[in-house]
Design a binder for this molecule. Structure first.
Ligand code: TEU
Ligand code: CA
Length: 563
């Protein structure tokens, strides 16, 4: 694996609508991000991925783009964006935008023109089809529920395809003219000084054609897209073009959101010759999720979590650098999902942080994660805004859940969990806005907020600072960045332990996911001496073992003492 500048960085995801509102309209904005760059610098992160800020009717929170060349006025102007890039650069921060090109908005001019003249050039920018024998062209189910087909406005007999919401028509990547438009747009943005992109839902750009039915997996007679995509071949042609015509010439950093990766395809997607610099590891976010719907999901245990992490580390070994997360804007808060209730306190949150952060790969922190923000408590389904959640709620009721059971399920999985406003301080609306926030602030903001944690050496925030610093530590960074991940005592329940094996040093990461003390003997280290690099509690290490208190983690470095 070739070494890259970004390997030694730490990345941070900003969900702009909920980060910081500078003008009191209740919506986070670009000026708000600029005002908080110093905060991000204090945390110590280097790469910022900002979720979409392009012109959008916001049917799916900006993942429905009406114009790729414009900033949405709710976030600011193009001048603000240029200034953000400048201000970031001054501070040595790299900015990634979100590249959403599987689909656009039904309010994009391409789609409008396609509606006006389906047989014209823009009709071919989308997937348009007619019914066959009175039935829709195929039985695929959209990710947000219902068939992927919707009548084309203004047309008598035609339908357009959308694998997400009906306001997100899929772009037809088979059309070279569309691909050239997308490339021009990408290059235009990269020329503006972006470091690169996070690439949205990209596996969906290749459809198995011609449209055919696959076996139905629910009573609705439809088939899950995950299954559909298994039959799609040849995405490499499209992605290779993007790499060769856009990303590589700009030396851009790219991280793909790739679900349903075909088996054995990892090396095609990332690494030295991959389409992307890196891809997100979703192995653990996927664990326990059911194709039947959220009602059938199972929350992973700490042992599940560990197994998933190790599985991914093994797969990526020698291939490339994964991007590691515990949460993002689509997922429950990591601490609410992976920590059992008894462990959902500051100590447990730091434990989880250390466990994923020190795996091999590029760690991403999702906004608020560094404070230990949790899923909010919802009293009613009407408090939930997310487009995908309504269908899941309906689905819960349909399979026989009571309303309160349905609310409980949706509360855990709704994408709103990560989208509540950032908790800056204990003042009204958590200091996020002087107006009314677009989505209610979580009720725990008086106890969980940035102001109370910055400068407090025991806080979750400080712990993240220490993890970030450790990654840059001159003595240990070679091993942290490139040491092989070797699971340790893998079969021991509620213990997550692994080595990062360097050439002449080793780091041992230990995490106790239980309410009992655990004694862990060290592996044989020869002449190397142990030193404690980080812990979330008082820690003493013996010559041959560590004793972990409940929910304690320890990071122990082994090396020969310099003469
Ligand atoms: O998500 C892609 C995706 O596959 C999602 O359906 C994901 O599985 C789901 O949100 C988990 O609940 C991306 C974006 O991250 C998401 O916010 C967008 O809604 C989606 O693409 C469409 O652009
Ligand atoms: Ca605003």
């Amino acid at each position: 694996m070739e070494r890259q500048w970004w390997h030694q960085k730490t990345a941070y995801q900003i969900y702009p609508k909920s980060f910081y509102d500078s003008n009191g309209d209740g919506i986070g904005d670009i000026q708000g991000i600029i005002e908080k760059l110093d905060y991000l610098q204090e945390l110590g992160v280097d790469i910022l991925w900002i979720s979409p800020m392009y012109l959008s009717p916001c049917a799916d929170q900006g993942y429905d783009i009406a114009d790729y060349y414009q900033i949405d006025p709710r976030f600011g102007t193009m001048e603000d964006m240029v200034r953000l890039l400048e201000e970031a650069k001054k501070r040595g921060l790299y900015v990634l935008m979100d590249l959403v090109v599987n689909h656009c908005s039904d309010e994009h001019s391409w789609f409008r023109k396609a509606c006006q003249d389906p047989d014209g050039a823009y009709g071919q920018y989308f997937y348009l089809a007619e019914k066959k024998d009175g039935r829709l062209p195929c039985n695929w189910r959209s990710y947000f529920g219902g068939p992927v087909w919707e009548p084309l406005p203004g047309s008598e007999d035609r339908y357009y395809l959308h694998v997400f919401d009906k306001k997100q028509p899929d772009l037809n990547w088979e059309n070279p003219r569309l691909r050239r438009e997308i490339e021009d747009m990408i290059n235009w943005w990269l020329d503006k000084g972006l470091a690169g992109f996070r690439i949205d839902a990209i596996i969906n750009i290749k459809k198995p054609l011609p449209f055919t039915d696959y076996p139905a997996d629910r009573e609705d007679g439809l088939c899950d897209m995950g299954e559909v995509l298994k039959h799609a071949d040849g995405i490499g042609e499209f992605l290779g073009e993007l790499r060769d015509r856009c990303f590589r010439p700009h030396k851009a950093f790219t991280v793909g959101e790739v679900f349903n990766l075909p088996p054995g395809a990892l090396a095609d997607f990332m690494g030295d010759n991959g389409y992307f610099s890196s891809i997100f590891d979703f192995r653990q976010t996927e664990e326990g999720k059911s194709a039947k719907g959220w009602y059938d999901n199972r929350t992973p245990t700490p042992d599940d979590y560990k197994r998933c992490c190790f599985e991914s580390q093994r797969k990526a070994d020698g291939i490339g650098y994964l991007s590691n997360i515990i949460e993002n804007h689509d997922e429950p808060r990591g601490v609410s999902h992976y920590l059992p209730k008894e462990g959902r306190h500051e100590k447990g949150k730091k434990l989880l942080a250390a466990m994923y952060f020190l795996l091999k790969g590029l760690p991403f922190i999702y906004q608020g994660q560094e404070l230990g923000m949790e899923n909010p408590v919802y009293q009613s389904i009407t408090q939930i805004d997310d487009v995908g959640s309504r269908d899941e709620y309906r689905r819960c009721l349909e399979v026989g859940c009571s309303e309160s059971q349905a609310l409980e399920v949706v509360s855990h999985y709704t994408r709103d969990n990560g989208r509540t406003p950032f908790q800056w301080d204990a003042s009204e609306h958590a200091g996020f806005t002087k107006g009314t926030p677009w989505l209610a602030v979580s009720s725990d903001y008086r106890t969980i907020n940035a102001a109370s944690q910055i400068g407090n050496g025991d806080s979750v925030f400080s712990f993240y600072q220490k993890l970030i610093r450790l990654r840059k530590d001159e003595t240990w960074k070679e091993t942290i960045l490139y040491g092989e991940t070797v699971p340790y005592r893998e079969e021991e329940p509620n213990l997550m332990a692994y080595l990062r094996q360097g050439e002449d040093q080793t780091i041992l990461v230990l995490g106790n996911f239980s309410g009992e003390e655990k004694r862990v003997p060290f592996p044989a280290m020869g002449e190397k001496e142990a030193s404690l690099l980080l812990s979330n509690d008082q820690a003493e290490i013996g010559a041959n073992e560590a004793v972990l208190s409940p929910w304690q983690c320890m990071v122990i470095g082994f090396r020969r003492q310099p003469e």
